[in-house]
Design a protein around this ligand. Structure first.
Ligand code: PSU
Ligand code: MN
Length: 301
């Protein structure tokens, strides 16, 4: 499989230095312009502050890219004609030489094959509410890709209980970063327990190393609650989500459009509060992923 690396990421991987993969769908489709550029750069800076090298993943002209320049990030953020590439789009993207942003599923797919062990994002996709057949390709990919994904759980617009059950059925361990309950994206609680609380990056890294030692093929989810100052209570969010889902339904929005549509609707309904929470958790997750990647790299020295 052909992957093109930035020189910085190439050197980090070759010398066993820690690297953290970052996705690009959140840049091209998840956040509005220009917050998306600023957030992408802040996430990269957060990874660096934790002593790791950021490796933002995308597909440019059909080429799998690991590590992007600022110009390339700005190109994705400008967003015109950038396809949201999920697993089913990978072969099409390569054959037709497309420009694509990578979701959690395709970022994990590419990052794992690039030799990167830790990946940071905001919220993974999951089982959509009221339509159990709409399951994000993020889930089956995580069931087949041994990488550690640092996230704030699944996005609150989803059916979180069904998503939690799916993870359990498919053998994906859910760790809680200094918490006992799986976070719910904008909210710090979901009502679902984590499988193990971890209080240090070292503990998380030990679990990831044990997974690899067992030869397991599943990802590990390290779930991190949104920073307290940015949390939005779940009860308040439920009304907003019901409104956003109603609008999506009346406009017949579905498929890959639904997640970006709902996130944008919530930003409008909440007067920007969900956007600020999303940015805060993305940056925080990138920082923690950098710490975990550093611990993982130490174990292999
Ligand atoms: N995290 C965010 N914002 C996002 C996403 C994650 O904070 O927009 C993206 C991820 O790329 C994830 C995708 O893979 O949303 C899920 O899309 P879908 O539900 O269509 O599978
Ligand atoms: Mn879907």
């Amino acid at each position: 499989m052909h992957i093109t690396y930035s020189s910085e990421v190439r050197e980090a991987i070759d010398s066993g230095r820690p690297a953290v993969a970052l996705e690009s769908t959140v840049i091209a489709h998840g956040l509005p312009h220009p917050d998306n550029i600023e957030t992408a750069l802040r996430c990269e800076a957060a990874v660096r502050e934790s002593g790791a090298v950021p490796a933002t993943v995308a597909i440019i002209g059909g080429e799998f890219r690991v590590g992007l320049s600022q110009d390339e990030i700005e190109f994705l953020a400008a967003g015109s004609d950038i396809r949201k590439a999920s697993t089913r789009d990978l072969s099409i993207a390569v054959a037709s030489k497309l420009n694509c942003a990578t979701t959690v599923s395709t970022t994990a797919f590419i990052a794992h094959r690039a030799g990167i062990k830790v990946f940071a994002t905001g919220g993974i996709g999951g089982v959509h509410r009221g339509y159990a057949a709409d399951i994000s390709a993020d889930l089956p990919t995580l069931a087949q890709t041994p990488i550690t994904v640092v996230c704030s759980g699944a996005k609150l617009i989803l059916d979180l209980a069904a998503t939690r059950e799916w993870l359990e059925t498919h053998g994906i361990a859910v760790l809680g970063w200094q918490c006992d309950e799986m976070p719910a994206f904008y909210s710090r609680s979901s009502g679902s327990p984590v499988d193990e609380r971890v209080d240090s990056a070292h503990h998380a890294a030990k679990i990831a190393a044990a997974r690899d030692g067992l030869g397991m093929k599943q990802a590990t989810l390290l779930t991190v609650p949104v920073p307290v100052d940015f949390e939005l209570p779940r009860e308040v969010m439920e009304t907003a989500i019901a409104d956003a889902l109603g609008r999506a339904d009346s406009l017949s929005i579905g498929g890959k459009e639904i997640t970006p549509f709902l996130l944008a609707e919530l930003t409008t309904i909440s007067d920007g509060k969900t956007l600020r929470a999303n940015i805060a958790l993305l940056e925080n997750n990138a920082r923690i992923a950098g710490c975990v990647a550093s611990e993982v790299a130490n174990m292999f020295r």
